[in-house]
Write a protein that binds this ligand. Structure first.
Ligand SMILES: [Zn+2]
Length: 662
């Protein structure tokens, strides 16, 4: 342990690598920066193609996180040019970003941080910037006479204190104005009120060490003045109905104009917060640092009813109306749906158009709650920026430009899907296809490895036996609480059973096949029907049937009968669920050889029975094509897209063409 600590603090020789290294140390701590927050830079010479050394500054590029920053994420820029830009009297954000882009010394590098000019101004080689929780705690307090008083109490004059100014050209100028009057030989850093901390030095290690020293000092002060209460375990009063959660997601999605991922959080911290008498009041204080507003909106919604949502929307719309005149360029609408919902029974919901967005909002609010409580309980109260200052960040030219530029999201973005048999074969291929189209996926499988089949926030893999209703219901609960509801279900779990003649088929085997292939689907449909009815895009179900439905096979009585019963079950579901806008369709694949049921040896043996090669055997259909899991998945998931919005109760062959079926 001691040894690894020593190694991490050892600085790489190359200054750009050192900058990335110490940025990662800061970014690795979520108490210092979250998701894209913070930035860093280093000034170093850079040889160009003619062999001349150019005076450069490397600044963290947008789209990179501090915690995983690598050298390619540090954009080299022409430092003398940036200094010329600092001499301008004014510079709009859009002009600034264009000039920064033009000053890049490597056109392939990412666009640099909006705080680049500030980094260029700071007369030290290395700079590190974070939004540390302890610093934003100290700089959002309501009770202090002057906003910088507590910062001065703790740090004396060893930090430069800058009043709140929006990041960009104006902030660089504000720092420049304050630098001469506040900087001296003992200066160790700079606190930006309502925003965060900058430290600097001759190298990144020094900037990092200064950062940690100042944060330690703030922590020590807070521990003394505002001790955090002992970790009491809190819990929410009772279980909620999954349909209540799905209904709220339906309403929020309608408000947003597209489906949202809504994740439920019931941890002790959340439970403790929503049980405070003053949580509604605290929830309306505003974000810790302005850039959080893009992820969380200005306030959470309080309460979980349609009425609370109506109120929220009304208030959001009048806030936009009130400050709309402050927008300097074209106005691009942001939907009025909340990103955080707090409720004493539900706990906390975090929402976004992808599972990753919902996760980022959650991470931010999990860091917001303790700061709100600590400030309120021990430090005289929490106070964020004014509504108009927050509006300026939410409707910032640069953010608006980003919204205008963002292309059309994938077709199933924001949708939630459930796939049975998701760990392998057709089920896995369906899950992969759903993810490719932007859906979040709940994967069920007997195989406990199902949780590891995919990585990322848009996947939750749960071990469950489809024949055990309680296991499936528990998995549905976990999945729906993770993503907020259910839009799509793909039934891929199934078994072939033993290949025997009817006289040799014992009833146990018959029941086993029926139980997996039909009974489990009837029970699953019972559980998911009410959830699909609350889908903001209309429920969609795709069921993997079999060619054996229209063309049964000898020795496959149980399998053929079970799949025929399954088809009939689906057709009835299509009839019953049509009024709720839920569509139910099947695909009938045949001879899908890249699944767990087959291996090369078995294929070779079957092929030789017919006196053909394994390759020929795999393509033994009218079109002479191989029917892969992926091909079946593409067909099945197509049925769940808008391309088939007018189709329900249909069975589509995916068998390469069979003269017995046609
Ligand atoms: Zn910042």
């Amino acid at each position: 342990m001691e040894k690894s600590k020593k190694t991490t603090l050892e600085s790489p020789d190359d200054p750009v690598e050192a900058c990335a290294h110490f940025s990662r140390l800061i970014g690795g701590d979520t108490n210092l920066v979250l998701h894209g927050g913070g930035n860093s830079s280093v000034k170093a010479s850079r040889p160009d193609i003619t062999g001349q050394d150019r005076d450069a500054i490397y600044v963290k590029g947008s789209g990179w996180d501090m915690g995983s920053l690598e050298v390619p994420g540090l954009t080299p820029l022409d430092l003398p040019r940036l200094k010329e830009l600092l001499e301008l009297g004014e510079l709009s954000d859009l002009d600034m970003m264009r000039e920064l882009s033009a000053a890049k010394l490597d056109p392939g590098s990412p666009n640099p941080s909006v705080e680049t000019l500030l980094h260029a101004f700071i007369p030290f080689r290395a700079v590190q910037h974070s939004h540390a929780d302890v610093i934003v705690t100290l700089t959002n307090l309501a009770g202090m006479n002057a906003p910088d008083e507590v910062v001065r109490d703790i740090f004396g004059d060893e930090v430069i204190v800058i009043p709140y100014v929006m990041p960009g050209f104006d902030l660089a100028q504000e720092v420049r104005k304050n630098w001469t009057s506040q900087f001296h030989d003992e200066t160790r850093g700079m606190v930006l009120l309502n925003h965060g901390l900058f430290t600097f030095g001759d190298d990144s290690q020094t900037a990092y060490e200064m950062h940690m020293q100042l944060i330690k000092k703030a922590e020590t002060w807070l521990e003394k003045e505002a001790p955090v209460d002992s970790q009491k375990e809190n819990s929410l009063p009772a279980e909620i109905l999954l349909t209540d959660l799905a209904r709220l997601r339906y309403q929020m999605s309608n408000t947003a104009g597209k489906p949202m991922i809504v994740r439920r959080h019931t941890d002790s911290e959340v439970a403790g917060f929503v049980q405070r008498d003053d949580y509604e009041d605290l929830a309306r204080r505003g974000p810790l640092t302005p850039d959080h507003i893009i992820r969380t909106k200005r306030f959470p919604m309080v309460g979980a009813s349609q009425e609370s949502l109506n109120l929220y929307v009304q208030e959001y719309e009048s806030y936009v109306e009130e400050f709309r005149h402050r927008i300097r360029t074209e106005f691009t609408e942001i939907d009025p749906a909340p990103r955080i919902v707090l409720d004493p029974e539900i706990g906390m919901l975090t929402a976004g158009f992808t599972a990753n967005d919902a996760q980022i909002a959650a991470d931010i609010y999990h860091h917001t709650i303790p700061v709100l409580c600590r400030s309120e309980d021990h430090l005289g109260g929490y106070k964020a920026l004014s509504a108009e200052e927050l509006f300026d960040v939410e409707y910032w030219d640069l953010e608006q430009a980003k919204l205008r530029k963002s292309g059309k999201p994938p077709e199933l973005s924001g949708a939630v899907s459930l796939v049975t048999g998701a760990a392998s074969g057709i089920g896995k291929a369906c899950a992969e296809e759903l993810k490719r189209l932007g859906s979040a996926v709940i994967g069920l499988d007997l195989n406990p490895e199902v949780n590891k089949v995919f990585a990322g926030d848009d996947w939750v893999g749960i071990e469950a036996d489809v024949t055990k209703t309680e296991e499936v219901d528990a998995a549905i609960k976990t999945g729906v609480e993770r993503f907020g509801g259910l839009d799509i279900a793909v039934v891929a779990a199934g078994i072939f059973g033993n290949s025997v003649a009817i006289e040799d088929l014992d009833s146990e085997e018959w029941r086993r096949v029926m139980s997996v292939n039909v009974d489990s689907v009837q029970s699953l449909f019972g559980s998911i029907g009410p959830l699909l009815a609350l889908s903001p895009i209309g429920g969609r179900v795709a069921v993997i049937g079999s060619k054996n439905v229209p063309a049964p096979g000898k020795g496959a009585a149980a399998y053929s009968a079970s799949k025929a019963a399954l088809q009939q079950l689906c057709r009835v579901a299509a009839l019953e669920w049509a009024p709720n806008k839920t569509r139910v369709n099947l695909v009938h694949p045949d001879a899908v050889f890249d699944t767990g049921l087959w291996n090369e040896e078995l294929i070779a043996e079957r092929a030789s029975n017919y006196g053909i090669s394994p390759e020929e055997y795999k393509k033994r259909n009218l079109l002479s094509v191989e029917v892969t899991s992926k091909a079946v998945a593409r067909s099945a998931i197509s049925l769940c897209t808008d391309d088939f919005s007018t189709t329900t109760g249909a069975s589509v062959p995916t068998d390469g063409g069979s003269d017995r079926v046609i």
